[in-house]
Design a protein. Structure first.
Lengths: 124, 414
């Protein structure tokens, strides 16, 4: 089973994405903060992370940097809102594997995550 | 527990209440919020949400979501290809009866029992995708709202907290509600569209008015430029003619007063034409040699001939100015007499423009009361007598009387 970590400071968003991916046979954990996310990177060892680019006062870019320096193989998909599109370029330069804009198209989101997993499988 | 929430709801009454509000509400957002709020409060469901179509972005979004399993509003969007949307937008005859509303339970039944055998395999596959969509959206029931065959929204209902199934009555209630809401939304959209269109027209009208205003302003400016040129030209003449120098504006004022007394129409440019005629009637004098123009005492026959040329010289000066056509006409006629004894053409009565008849009277009056180098100016009463003596021969009697009336009305200067 693929391990997916959802990082967002809104619990409702975390819950929605968790049940969405669990229905598709993912193992899902959620983190409402950067620290919790880094903790789960060590303990849960996700293969894919859905990372909100802006969480309250915590910058998603910071978390991205930490994740990538810890384990560059983890696929990170940034979740952005329209007003944060200026950060996308920065995120991509910091090693993000893709980004997806809110409101999300569920089909596109699923396809993108599956694609990242296929990439992982192909490489190993 | 939710026991108090599952109390029986009087659906007929609820529908009546909501229908009343639908009519009142002009803004669809408030209406839709009211519906989800109502369902959440009265029915005790895990989730109630409304998906609406956003025409400007060709997508559906969650407009409102309520309940313990609500979905954050701006998180997801759906395009025309999303299974649930595709299902309700389909025109396939085979599935027509399954487009009034869909429930997970119904789909389960169809897919698991014999009814499914009659469906095409693609349809079955599609139904399982729809089932999955409902699952993702935490809905047990989906009720589409159409307006003229186009899907404008979907009401999603989660399961009851009591875990009981929805009854026929309830589903019928929701169908009616969604149907009415769809119409209300469409109507208010149309209404909004009309308002916007109206505003747009208002703005255009304003722009047009401003433009017209600007044109009018430019026209006025142009006119006043002509007027300035004309005034300086008139000053030039009167500077040459020491007898009338300084009185030019008095001549103009008296003439306009007389015209007003006669009840002439002075609207538009007509007043300007009259003023110009009064100011410029002697403009041709710039072409008369000083030894004739400034000669004290009487002129001989030859000199008179030269002096009279000032009329045609004046016309020649104004000729090139197309806007001064009517002014030139006044200048040409200001020495014509009412009985036809004037010059240069010997015109008679009404054939002489009224403006020229006024100029003639005012000019004569002015000559009588002004001090000349060969005589003192005479009193106004004497001038009136003289004008009346010549009324009907030199002057138009109507103009003479109007002039005298206007003069008498004039406030005496201290």
């Amino acid at each position: 089973m693929t391990r997916l970590l959802v990082v967002d400071d809104e619990a409702e968003i975390c819950n929605f994405l968790k049940s969405f991916f669990e229905d598709r046979d993912f193992e899902v954990q959620t983190a409402l903060s950067g620290e919790k996310a880094m903790e789960l990177v060590s303990t849960f060892r996700p293969q894919v992370i859905l990372l909100d680019i802006k969480m309250g006062n915590v910058d998603g870019l910071n978390v991205l940097q930490q994740v990538k320096s810890k384990n560059p193989k983890i696929k990170v998909i940034m979740v952005t809102a329209l007003e944060t599109t200026d950060k996308i370029e920065q995120a991509m330069r910091l090693g993000a594997d893709n980004y997806i804009t809110k409101p999300l198209s569920l089909e596109y989101l699923e396809k993108d995550v599956q694609e990242k997993i296929a990439n992982l499988a192909a490489r190993s | 527990m939710p026991s108090q929430k599952t109390r029986s709801v009087d659906y007929h009454e609820a529908l009546r209440d909501i229908a009343k509000s639908l009519v009142r509400l002009k803004r669809p957002e408030r209406l839709l919020k009211m519906i989800t709020r109502y369902i959440d409060r009265e029915l005790g469901l895990t989730h109630a949400a409304i998906l609406v179509y956003e025409p400007e972005r060709s997508r559906y979004t969650i407009f409102d979501s309520k309940g313990i399993r609500k979905i954050p509003r701006s998180l997801i969007k759906f395009d025309q290809d999303y299974p649930l949307i595709r299902w309700f937008s389909s025109k396939d005859k085979e599935t027509e009866s399954l487009r009034q509303y869909l429930s997970k339970q119904k789909i389960r039944e169809i897919l698991s029992n014999g009814v499914a055998a009659k469906l095409k395999p693609e349809t079955k596959a599609e139904l399982s995708r729809v089932q999955r969509s409902l699952n993702d959206l935490r809905a047990d029931i989906a009720i589409p709202g159409f307006f003229k065959d186009s899907l404008i929204g979907i009401l999603l209902l989660g399961e009851k907290l009591s875990r009981r199934l929805f009854t026929r009555t309830e589903i019928h209630f929701f169908e009616t509600l969604v149907h009415d809401a769809a119409i209300a939304v469409k109507t208010s959209e149309y209404h909004q569209h009309l308002i916007e269109r109206n505003l747009e027209l208002e703005v255009r009208k304003k722009q047009l008015e401003e433009r017209l205003h600007e044109i009018e302003r430019l026209r006025k400016k142009e006119q006043s430029t002509y007027y300035e040129i004309m005034k300086s030209l008139a000053q030039e003449v009167h500077a040459k003619d020491p007898y009338t120098f300084g009185h030019i504006h008095q001549v103009e004022r008296l003439g306009v007063m007389t015209a007003e007394e006669l009840g002439l129409d002075l609207s538009g440019k007509r007043k300007d034409v009259l003023s110009a005629g009064l100011l410029l009637h002697d403009v041709g004098k710039v072409g008369i040699p000083d030894n004739v123009l400034k000669k004290p005492g009487g002129l001989d026959r030859e000199e008179w001939k030269i002096m009279r040329q000032h009329v045609e010289k004046g016309v020649k000066i104004l000729e090139p100015l197309s806007d001064f056509k009517e002014v030139a006409e006044i200048v040409w006629c200001h020495h014509e007499n009412y009985d036809g004894s004037g010059y240069p053409r010997g015109l008679k009565g009404e054939a002489i423009p009224i403006e020229a008849r006024i100029v003639s009277v005012v000019d004569a009056f002015h000559a009588i009361v002004s001090t000349r180098c060969y005589r003192e100016g005479r009193p106004v009463e004497v001038a009136f007598q003289e004008l009346r003596r010549c009324a009907g021969t030199q002057f138009d009697p109507k103009v003479v009387e109007a002039f005298i009336r206007a003069m008498k009305k004039r406030p005496k200067r201290g």
